[in-house]
Design a protein around this ligand. Sequence first.
Ligand SMILES: Nc1nc2c(ncn2[C@@H]2O[C@H](COP(=O)(O)OP(=O)(O)OP(=O)(O)O)[C@@H](O)[C@H]2O)c(=O)[nH]1
Length: 814
Amino acid sequence: MDKRDHCCSTHLIEGDGTFNVAGVDNFVKEIKLAECGLSYAVVAIMGPQSSGKSTLLNHLFGTNFREMDALRGRSQTTKGIWMAHCVGIEPCTLVMDLEGSDGRERGEDDTAFEKQSALFALAVSDIVLINMWCHDIGREQAANKPLLKTVFQVMMRLFSPRRTTLMFIIRDKTRTPLENLEPILREDIQKIWDSVPKPEAHKETPLSEFFNVEVVALSSYEEKEEQFKEQVANLRQRFFHSIAPGGLAGDRRGVVPASGFSFSAQQIWKVIKENKDLDLPAHKVMVASVRCEEIANVMFSSFVENEAWRQLQEIVQLQHVPGFGKKLTFILDACLSEYDTEATYFDEGVRSSKRKQLKEKLLQLIQPAHQSMLGHICSGTLNRFKEVFDSTLNEGKGFAVAARDCTTYFMAQFDEASADAQIGQTNWDSSKVREKLKQDIDAHIAVVRAAKLSDLTTLFEKKLNESLAAPVEALLDGASDDTWPAIRKLLHSETEAAISGFSSAISGFEIDDITKDKMLVRLEDYARGVVVAKAKEEAGRVLNRMKDRFSMIFSHDADSMPRVWTGREDIRAITKTARSASLKLLSVLAALRLDDDADPIETTLSLALVDPRSGAASSRGISADPLASSSWDEVPLSKTLLTPVQCKTLWRQFTDQTEYIVRQAITAQEASRKNNNWLPHPWFILALVVVGLDDFMWCLRNPLYLGVLFILFLLGRAFWVQLDMTGVFQNGILPEILALMTRFLPTVMNLLRRLAEEGQRPANADPQQNPTTANTLRSTTNDYSEISSSASSEVTTSENGTEYSSPSSSRKVQ
Ligand SMILES: Nc1nc2c(ncn2[C@@H]2O[C@H](COP(=O)(O)OP(=O)(O)OP(=O)(O)O)[C@@H](O)[C@H]2O)c(=O)[nH]1
């Protein structure tokens, strides 16, 4: 197997100058270089081609660099730069085998790669071994002189922050002791150093400031192998703990952390290839910046993929997660700690700045989850507040106290929960969410408060309605002098009771005095409003009420028994009483009297409607009709239920619509009288008196006389009816006798004509169409014409919106 395929070595830079990125990365992973931090050393070897460099390294570090086969002659075996991991040396030591200088393969003039690789070795290594033949010491044309010159020249382009160890390995040492050779060598080195042109800043800088020069002599491997191996074994000891102070790689300034080695070497080679000066301190910062960025990105990705975080993120979308803050703090801490560990050896400024950026990125990532968590806390707290608040109110606790206690308790609960959700690495402020929760709680309290107060108000209004509406209706229906005092008393007592109950019911709300007074006044107004509404309602149907009352009184006796019209009743007196009672109803409902103020309405109505011929009304005359007005004296419009004009119209409708009842009663009374009258007709009695019983009997015996008497009776009766004698004599006897004389002749003529017509009509003609009969009935009822009014009524709308129906459409009282 090719020894170069061994896993612990790699071709770092190929012969054509290509940096083997993938190979180096694999190599670094293989030897776990990244875990070494700063505890590693890099050794490089330079020297003429085929000078036994690979042989020395393999014996010194246990590597497996390809060595030239001695039998095949001296030719180039190492091309470019190789790197291997030293076996069994602590700390981790990397060794680079450089292509030999002054090689025939590249030609005499091609020294570019030689310079580049020398500069690379100086920039990357802690120890540079310079392999040289013993016989070259002191020689003017020594093979190592151009190499040393190159090393010193390129050193000027390297802003090195540390001293590199230059270890000269003298191969094939002779019998001349090293003590004699070393000064000659150092003198040679100094000469070369002095001959190298330096920049102004380093004109006087001694070689020792840049290099720690060491000299080691080895016997020939080919001729004295045993001695060679022994000397190499001794030399190997010097590479143990080489990074300790005073060791070969003791100056650790500017060392790139092991995890950045690959990148650093790559960048250095890139700069060298571009033939630029190499600013190692700036390079170190650049490497730190790139590597810390890389580490931060890896940490961020691993956080995103972290199973614990993913679960937490998923659950918190749906529900409250107990211990959210602690869990997330732990995951974040682990992530940042890992970053710290990885980036610990890089430049502190760069490291901190990249850590800050990583933390910001992580916090940005987790913030939505934290917000969700606060949202759950907020909504959960609000919901529990609502439940507890409701149950506290149901337990009977005062509203204001319950609201205060619950608010304090649940705000504290929120504070506790939000502290639990707080992430250690942040100082996120939850005050806005807290403020929002407080607003939500206050809004809920306000809504519940308004609802409770509304319920209470409705309850007490309902109670007032129940305790006032029906009793007031009953009181108004029973209209009497005591109606309004009774209503006032009822209103007062019920209002007092409601206010007292309402006051104690709202005491727990801790309402300020002004608002409370307003609420009580509203309740008081409501009670008054119930009475006013009921009074208006009753006023609107006063006509029916009046008719009902009239009908009730007219049709029932003092014992509330239905009347039977026998003829002995005084219909006039009964009618008057019933009308007075109805008028009382009208006067009671004409105005609101809730403030104990007397008014003249009843007197005015009585004088104007029941007894218009007496009192003030008649004395003032027709033009001073007290009801011809739309307002009452001493009664404001606000308290007027029925205006005088409306009362007058209502009264007219009332009398019209009740006239029928009176007529019926009169008819019934007449019929009853007729049925019960057993005396002879007055004419008969008069005839008896005038002609005496004998003559009367004679008349009865003589049919002719009887016929004449009958004709005379019929004529007399006809005259009586035609001349309307009953009505006539009501106006006085003398004037009517004169009037009769003027009407007598036309009446006789009319009578004769009608008798002639009667004689021609069929015997079974309709008796109802007989005007004589009708006139007879009219004359009978004429006595009561003054009671009823013939005024026709019309549809009238009162001020309070009540429609008064015309007699034709209104319901007749039966
Ligand atoms: N004289 C002498 N020859 C040696 C010594 N060590 C090794 N050699 C021989 O030198 C030859 C070259 O050996 P390498 O180790 O391949 O030399 P190198 O410097 O690595 O060669 P390149 O990689 O091609 O530059 C081999 O034949 C070795 O046997 C030594 O100490 N003295």
